[in-house]
Design a protein around this ligand. Structure first.
Ligand SMILES: Cc1cc2nc3c(=O)[nH]c(=O)nc-3n(C[C@H](O)[C@H](O)[C@H](O)COP(=O)(O)O)c2cc1C
Length: 207
């Protein structure tokens, strides 16, 4: 069975393009993979705490020495990592905020990146431990970053690809919805292009 995990993060609620496209994508993926399950997590609607002193302290402690307080501080991190570990396909929806990812999604990253659990240092350097999963990034942008003068200001796609790749999620496809701030016509075109792309990605799985 394939477990699909859908993580949405927009602070724009039902208006969010990344959420809308990613939800449609999850439905199509489920349809293309009979018997698959879908778990959803909205990190904006159900926000995670920022990293705290207690959490950093607990993360750094050897597992055998952890107190009840440490385990309580690790609760969110443990749950989120378990959710990721059991997923075969992960869809992450993110819309650019101030040139990067929404802060709610950054908090999620801060909870899932854990030395010894999702990555480790070995004789050959760093090894990501979330291997063998397919990652789909559904990314919305107000402006256009694929080419032109704004390209260097895209700290969304490179950040997510690098950080999640570091954790072992290296098999990645990116679906972009660009230029939505340039008016309704441009936004409509961007969404249509993204829908075409998710259709192509799911059709490839069916064949
Ligand atoms: C607070 C805020 C900051 C934003 N900052 C940027 C930005 O730096 N660059 C950009 O291209 N678009 C920016 N936008 C536009 C969003 O990227 C655009 O609305 C996108 O659709 C957001 O994703 P969503 O539709 O999934 O919420 C910003 C929007 C908001 C609400």
């Amino acid at each position: 069975m394939t477990n699909i995990l859908l993580v949405t993060s927009s602070p724009r609620g039902e208006d969010s393009y990344s959420t809308q496209v990613a939800r449609r994508f999850a439905v199509k993926l489920q349809d293309a993979l009979p018997g698959s399950s879908l778990t959803t997590r909205d990190v904006n609607a159900d926000p995670l705490p920022h990293l705290s002193e207690a959490l950093v302290h607990a993360i750094r402690k050897p597992a055998d020495n952890r107190t009840a307080e440490d385990l309580a501080a690790l609760r969110h991190s443990d749950n989120l990592i378990a959710e990721l570990q059991s997923a075969d396909a992960v869809i992450i929806a993110s819309g650019m905020i101030n040139f990067g990812i929404p802060s709610a999604l950054k908090s999620w990253v801060d909870h899932i990146a854990r030395s010894g659990v999702t990555f480790q240092y070995g004789p050959d350097g760093v090894e990501g431990l979330l291997k063998g999963k397919k990652l789909y990034l559904v990314l919305a942008y107000g402006a256009v970053y694929a080419e032109g003068p704004w390209q260097a200001m895209d700290f969304q796609a490179p950040y997510l690809k690098s950080t999640l790749g570091f954790l072992g999620l290296t098999d990645v496809e990116v679906v972009t919805i660009e230029g939505v701030a340039y008016g309704p016509e441009m936004a409509e075109k961007a969404v249509a292009a993204a829908d075409e792309r998710i259709e192509a990605l799911t059709a490839a799985l069916r064949s």
